[in-house]
Design a protein around this ligand. Structure first.
Ligand SMILES: [Zn+2]
Length: 295
């Protein structure tokens, strides 16, 4: 649960990826046009934590790349109808400035007019998949207009990153993710669209055990580690990555909207008890597979 005045952690940050880690792709980074970024910062300041890295999109990319991240998956989300087209244009232009080091994801507001056309145009412009956020966009993942978006992604062979875990929820959002979201509902999507690749961020928090079981059962589901292995949120079961299917977990940071050092999660990964082969998958190879990266 997000609530006002959550801790700001002034932990030490280092100037690069921990030396023992394999190459790292950050599968969960946010960028936005300046006005939306500053609105989001204000939202976090008021309703959650004080964001430690207050940057523009270019500064986000330059920071991570200069600190040793090999490749970035950049995400945005439209919080209302009518703005996705502009956001997608912004994303593809920003990514183009950085050549092959950034993969940008498209956004659309589920249920908005011409949603599939907006999405198709985004894919045609080179964006690498779709990002959706159920808490901000208040969609029901099993409704008919969502099926059309899944189909558009599937037929274009583009993955979806979909924040449909119930946490970290906030009373400041316009809907209750405990009503809208469940691992069971996602299971219906996984069954109906077996060749659509879906990633659920935050290891599916608050249903981490259910999601851990789902990746065992469905080859079209991935999870990312974003913010849930840093000991920041109270999580019902202590996350043990060693118990997870190693080819279905990706490292992601939520940079720059975080309340602690940019490398906090990388340091945690570096001390995690998983084989070096699994660590290579979590840090790099799984993202290459999920996003079909040509590096
Ligand atoms: Zn995020």
């Amino acid at each position: 649960m997000l609530k006002p005045n959550m801790p700001f952690i002034d932990d030490q940050e280092d100037s690069g990826v921990p030396a023992d880690l394999p190459p790292v792709i950050d599968a969960h980074v946010h960028i936005f046009p300046r006005n939306i970024f500053s609105a989001i910062q204000k939202w976090f300041d008021k309703n959650a934590w004080c964001i430690r890295y207050r940057m523009t999109s270019s500064e986000v990319f330059e920071f991570l790349l200069s600190h040793g991240i090999k490749h970035i998956i950049a995400l945005q989300y439209a919080h209302k109808p009518g703005i996705a087209g502009q956001l997608n244009k912004y994303m593809s232009e920003k990514c183009r400035e950085y050549g092959h080091r950034i993969t940008g994801m498209a956004t659309v507001f589920p249920g908005e007019e011409n949603a599939e056309t907006i999405l198709q145009e985004a894919f045609d412009s080179g964006l690498g998949g779709l990002k959706l956020h159920a808490h901000v966009q208040c969609f029901d993942m099993n409704c008919e207009h969502m099926n059309r978006l899944y189909e558009c992604c599937r037929s274009n062979r583009k993955p979806i990153v979909m924040h449909i875990g119930r946490e970290p929820k906030s009373a400041a959002y316009n809907c209750d993710p405990y009503q809208l979201c469940s691992a069971e509902k996602l299971e219906r999507v996984l069954k109906c669209f077996p060749d659509l690749k879906i990633c659920v961020p935050h290891l599916g928090f608050s249903e981490t055990s259910a999601y851990r079981r789902l990746i065992e059962k469905y080859d079209n589901l991935w999870l990312d580690t974003t913010m849930v292995i840093t000991d920041y949120f109270p999580i019902e079961e202590k996350i043990n990555l060693g118990l997870y299917r190693p080819d279905r977990i990706m490292y992601g940071s939520d940079f720059p909207n975080i309340p602690y050092a940019w490398d906090r999660e990388l340091k945690e990964l570096n001390t995690t008890d998983v084989s070096s082969d699994s660590l290579e998958k979590i840090c790099y190879k799984n993202a290459v597979d999920f996003f079909s990266l040509q590096l």
